[in-house]
Design a protein around this ligand. Structure first.
Ligand code: ACO
Length: 368
């Protein structure tokens, strides 16, 4: 038995490779450091969806398609307005993607739906964020890139280049990650010959939990609660003593620092407030040192969510938009995986070892 499917290989894929011991992450043959340093999010999306870097013509074409799909239909805006303003932001996104799939007859998932979902997630996040603050939603701008337009729709102000660049790098670094829980959920749904919107709705549900995409807001809270470098050691030891997990540390696959944590540490060192970055770095080093003794056999180090929190905070995103923003990036990986699944499908249906009772007989209701 492989509890949690640890180490189980369920299929082949040409999208993404993780080398957990070496701390390497590859999209379609390219190292993640190279991609984050040199691409726009739109180029990375083209690479993940189509398996190749776009030339200028292909990039222009994809940008145009994304731009044309950014606005959300009036019925969806109304549906979002009708949700309680106190709703969890990821629940709103999950509901909106599900609603986007209504009225679409059951069909094999295709790239146009991948583009539609990826184009609309930032708009959905921004629309709800404004409505719940009593502000009018802002229409997307076609002259801005994916990252800059997202920040623009949240505030109504064109973001400065440094913030847009930081978010662009974040969006590339998180865009895919092999057979993670939410991608697996999407592939399971797609493998039943269900539709793209159902698959991505399931993926968003899987992303919500703090063992996966729900960690960055608690990471920010941890750093803010610690407040001063000299409090880190005591705070972290207290958490572990209470039997709680340290958010932003540990990984199912990596047995060394997550390469995305290194990339985002570098981004954060430029985009975050200097004092806050220094505190985060101290918390990271203290956490890594303490976890080394706490579970030496597991080799627990900082994961992607640690500096995701610092970067997203630095570009002005509120904590409860952290996981929905993760979804804005990972939608590319989810949909690329759905397309790969349906191109060479086999129903995903594992087995389980039964450990319940046997040979019982139903007693009449008055004798139970
Ligand atoms: N803090 C304290 N203890 C930990 C941590 C941690 N961050 N991570 C693992 N452990 C402990 C577990 O409690 C477990 O101990 P137990 O056997 O006594 O229960 C032991 O180490 C085994 O851990 P793993 O098998 O390595 O963990 P697993 O692969 O099941 O889970 C996970 C990986 C969920 C990321 C885990 O490390 C964790 O809970 N981290 C904190 C939450 C977090 O950062 N989530 C974001 C993950 S990144 C992403 O999905 C985008």
């Amino acid at each position: 038995m492989a509890k949690g499917l640890e180490g189980v290989i369920v299929d082949t894929s040409s999208i993404c490779l993780i080398d957990g011991n070496a701390g390497r992450l590859i999209y379609r043959g390219y190292d993640i450091h190279d991609l984050v340093s040199n691409l726009s999010f739109e180029e990375a999306a083209h690479l993940l969806w189509k398996g190749e870097l776009p030339n200028q013509t292909k990039l222009n074409d994809l940008k145009k398609q994304l731009d044309q799909q950014r606005a959300i239909p009036p019925y969806l805006k109304t549906a979002i307005r009708n949700l309680p303003v106190s709703s969890d932001t990821l629940d709103v996104l999950r509901t909106a993607i599900s609603a986007l799939g209504t009225g679409v007859s059951l069909k094999r998932p295709d790239l146009s739906e991948a583009i539609n979902i990826t184009a609309k997630i930032p708009t959905i996040n921004a629309v709800f964020n404004r409505i719940r603050r009593g502000q009018e939603p802002i229409e997307p701008r076609s002259d801005l890139g994916h990252a800059a337009n997202y920040l623009y729709m949240l505030t109504g102000k064109e973001p400065d280049q440094a913030k847009a660049d930081a978010l662009n790098k974040y969006l590339i670094a998180l865009a895919d990650h092999s057979m993670n829980s939410s991608t697996f959920a999407a592939r399971v749904v797609a493998s039943t010959w269900s539709d793209m919107y159902s698959a991505i709705t399931a993926a968003i549900g899987a992303l919500k939990g703090p063992l996966h995409g729900g960690a960055p807001a608690p990471v920010l809270k941890m750093i803010q609660d610690i407040g001063k470098p000299e409090r880190a050691e005591e705070w972290i030891r207290g958490e572990l003593k209470a039997g709680r997990r340290l958010m932003g540390f540990g990984h199912r696959v990596y047995r060394t620092t997550d390469p995305r944590a290194e990339i985002l540490r570098d981004v954060a060192s430029k985009s975050a407030d200097k004092e806050f970055f220094a505190l985060a770095r101290h918390v990271e080093l203290t956490g890594n040192r303490i976890l080394k003794d706490y579970r030496p056999e597991r080799r627990l180090y900082t994961n992607v969510e640690f500096y995701s929190a610092v970067v997203m905070h630095s570009v002005g995103l509120p904590p409860d938009l952290f996981t929905p923003t993760f979804a804005a990036s990972r939608s590319v990986g989810w949909t690329a995986n759905v397309l790969e699944q349906v191109a060479n499908n086999r129903l995903i249906r594992p087995d389980v070892e039964y450990t319940g009772p046997m040979n019982l007989k139903v007693a009449p209701i008055d004798q139970r």
